[in-house]
Design a protein around this ligand. Structure first.
Ligand SMILES: [Zn+2]
Length: 321
């Protein structure tokens, strides 16, 4: 696949600047977005902070203007890692530039996040983002925050509508331009997908991967992609719910009154996967679904010991194998 252009003008007043940090988890790198036309711009996400070429590109895009607000979609290092260096780059960032993030005590107190935001905090520049908060970028450009946890507990997406243009959604890592994102908590994640679907964006500006636009006005590709994410997860949930309705394999711990182990469910649902890291990812995904079924009241989990190992066993509510 061709490398994407590092700088793309998405619409009037919206420029995508690639974080120049490609990798197995970041695809082509983190997409960051400069929003605004005037002397003062907003920046959504900051890359990982390790790529001098990224800061050079920001400077090039800004000309004589400066960033006066940095909005962060979520705490992952490839989105907030650039904050610290940016605050000391007066040719990119205005002296009164503030840094905005959805507060989350557990996330924000972790050592890595606290370190990345320490400078902003010590200079009294760290601000909270509230759900539905509006950020004015001038010239009729407004970003509106949408609390969308699931990929991360503190995740925010932003809608933006260029003047006389159609509604766009900066998705962060809730939805990627290609492939599927990593999910931390599936219940909130599904709620967040429904939330952004209700906005019916005509374009998705993701944190990684290509911009999604096009389709027909009644059913844009952006909407189709979100619907596809939801349908895929729902299909997987039905499949996993069906597997645990059957009798569990005859394997330790026995008797198997408690139900199925995660690994057993995963091997039924993903029969063709053998590569160890992919197997682990499939098992993680299976566990997310099983835990969601438990939280939704459709399944129960019990615990058994196999030697020193504690094993979680999943079964549908009301069953006794
Ligand atoms: Zn992320």
């Amino acid at each position: 696949m061709d490398r994407p252009a590092p700088i793309v003008r998405v619409a009037k007043g919206i420029v995508r600047v690639l974080g120049m940090n490609p990798g197995p988890f970041t695809l082509d790198g983190t997409n960051t977005y400069l929003v605004g036309n005037g002397e003062r711009r907003l920046l959504v996400d900051t890359g990982d902070g390790e790529q001098p070429a990224y800061f050079d590109m920001l400077k090039e895009c800004l000309g004589g203007s400066r960033i006066d607000r940095i909005l962060l979609t979520h705490w992952h290092a490839d989105h907030i890692g650039g904050v610290r260096r940016l605050l000391d780059m007066p040719d990119i960032v205005a002296p009164d530039c503030t840094v905005h993030k959805c507060p989350d005590e557990a996330v924000d107190s972790s050592e890595a996040v606290a370190a990345m935001l320490a400078l902003a905090k010590s200079r009294n520049k760290l601000r909270s983002i509230a759900d539905a908060e509006v950020f004015d970028a001038g010239d009729g450009l407004q970003l509106r925050a949408l609390f969308t946890p699931g990929h991360a507990d503190d995740h925010m997406a932003f809608t933006v509508r260029p003047p006389a243009g159609e509604l766009m959604l900066l998705t962060g890592d809730l939805v990627l331009g290609r492939g599927t994102t990593v999910v931390q908590d599936l219940g909130p994640y599904m709620d967040s997908l429904h939330r952004v679907l209700a906005v019916r964006p005509s374009a998705l500006l993701p944190g990684h991967g290509p911009i999604i636009s096009g389709g027909d006005a009644a059913h844009p590709d952006a909407v189709r992609l979100i619907e596809g994410y939801i349908a895929h997860r729902n299909m997987r949930e039905r499949q996993i719910a069906a597997v645990i309705c059957g009798p569990p394999p005859d394997a330790p711990p026995s008797p198997r009154n408690g139900g199925w182990r995660v690994e057993e469910v995963a091997s039924v649902v993903y029969p063709d996967i053998t590569d160890p890291p992919v197997v682990r990812a499939a098992q993680n995904n299976t566990r997310l679904h099983l835990d969601k079924l438990v939280r939704d009241g459709s399944a129960k989990v019990s615990h058994a010991a196999v030697g020193d190992e504690r094993v979680d066993l999943y079964a549908p509510i009301g069953s006794a194998f």
